[in-house]
Design a protein around this ligand. Sequence first.
Ligand SMILES: Cc1ncc(C[n+]2csc(CCOP(=O)(O)OP(=O)(O)O)c2C)c(N)n1
Length: 268
Amino acid sequence: MITDSIVLANAIRKHSVRMVYRAGASHIGGAMSMADILGVLYSSELRYKPDNPQWDNRDRFILSKGHSCVALYSALALCDFYPIEHLDDYGKEGSFFLSHTSHYIPGVEVSSGSLGHGLSMAVGMALAGKIKKKDYRTYVLVGDGEMNEGSNWEAMLLATQKGLNNLCLIIDYNKLQGYGRTSEVLPLEPLSAKVQSFGWNCITIDGHNHDDIKRALAEAKQTTGKSTAIVANTVKGKGVSYMEDELLWHYRSPNEQEYNQAIKELEL
Ligand SMILES: Cc1ncc(C[n+]2csc(CCOP(=O)(O)OP(=O)(O)O)c2C)c(N)n1
């Protein structure tokens, strides 16, 4: 169990790069952009029991952008849900560590990867918590490209109708998606104003600043009567110089030399 969010985020980044390199897999850029958010959530924010992943009163966390699963798999291993060596199975034939988030992994609430479904599921979980008078909170992390999916906006309407203040949406706003800049593919701006016009509280932060992330999560907890969205401004590929803000690293897998350089930079 790692209780320092910065230490945890850095470890998540290193394991994520290693997994993607070994498996020859994709999607490292979006894993790196959300590592700090996971670092804060799993070191101090979420309520969970690694030895009892289905504990009824756990906080729920849904990674909706399931293509970035290496970061979540790493966080869960580093927080003792399973041995760290299990990460070596990622992408291997017969392994449950699939290249999109799998609910067969302890600590993973739902399988995801078909974009645009996590927020709807989170609304359901938050609503169930209200109906059952449970005090767990529900968090869902989506990509900015993923916010192009109309289902998200429908889910937001329902959250407002139900007054789900136990629900927190975090948007990993790294400004890049699979095939280009979000501002060019299908712009979201003015994002904060749009979210607020749906009846949500909206907080905009630097998604790599741990104090910012903690403050926003604390404000979300204090908010009454409505759900909170945190628009986290991030950089795709954050932490590795040649990956940062480069569309290429949505799909590309590092070769040996690139891998060694990435690890060197992350160890500085
Ligand atoms: C419904 C659906 N359509 C298309 C895809 C293919 N796809 C995988 S990742 C991706 C881009 C997602 O962009 P974003 O949400 O911004 O993620 P990030 O940049 O954080 O990796 C797309 C289109 C998918 N997984 N699901």
